[in-house]
Design a protein around this ligand. Structure first.
Ligand code: DER
Length: 215
């Protein structure tokens, strides 16, 4: 992890903010740095901006920083910034270490411009080499989804455990997360995973219009 790199891209994002922007705001620690940099600008500039958050923790942080919140009911984003766990040479991503990949993908797919802010530790030649692909699953569908993920080539599937409470992580959509390791991630895998009934979303992003900002 390169703190200077993360700080650099955070500043780059803050400099992109214009008066009137509705921002899609992803989740994770790099996004936190970008929000701090944006809040710094708000201290000295009149910027009428709104943030559409992708998680409870981001909503709370924006509120704490005085960055006004809005929702997809009222706006779609003018542009978005978010982090990633892995980026490969195709600009495919693995996201979802933070468990917010449903709203992250919803916002990314509703935003015309998407900046993915990373440091070089996130860049990989082979997607899946450092992180599993998280899959959000309707709880009662767990067994049937697991079987079908294995048929898609998942070689190791783990129910994500909660920290600070017994039992599994429960997402903001009241679902569970299966962390899935694949030996190879080919084109179409995101679509195949999503086509399994009981799968809500995955943290695999293939073919989205993304601009990678690497500190
Ligand atoms: O959970 C997510 O998708 C986050 O964006 C994550 O992948 C990046 O988090 P980081 O900036 O803390 O590494």
């Amino acid at each position: 992890i390169n703190p200077e790199g993360k700080q650099k891209v955070a500043q780059q994002i803050a400099q992109k903010v214009k008066d009137g922007d509705v921002l899609g705001v992803g989740s994770g620690s790099t996004v936190y740095l970008a929000l701090l940099a944006i809040a710094d600008r708000l201290k000295t500039e009149q910027l009428n901006i709104k943030a559409i958050p992708t998680s409870l923790e981001i909503s709370m942080f924006c509120a704490k920083l005085g960055i006004p919140l809005t929702t997809l009911y009222e706006h779609t984003p003018d542009w978005l910034f978010d982090g990633a766990d892995e980026v490969d040479p195709n600009n495919w991503l693995i996201k979802g270490r933070g468990g917010a990949m449903f709203k992250e993908k919803l916002l990314i797919s509703s935003s015309p411009v998407n900046y993915i802010i990373v440091d070089e530790s996130k860049l990989v030649n082979k997607l899946g080499s450092k992180f599993p692909v998280p899959v959000e699953v309707f709880p009662q569908a767990l067994l049937t989804v697991e079987k079908q993920l294995q048929q898609l080539g998942a070689v190791d599937i783990a129910l994500r455990p909660a920290k600070g409470k017994d039992g599994p992580v429960i997402t903001e959509n009241n679902n569970l997360i299966l962390d899935c390791k694949f030996d190879a991630i080919e084109s179409g895998l995101e679509r195949d995973i999503k086509s399994i009934t009981g799968v809500i979303e995955s943290g695999l992003f293939q073919g989205y219009p993304l601009e990678i900002l690497n500190g």
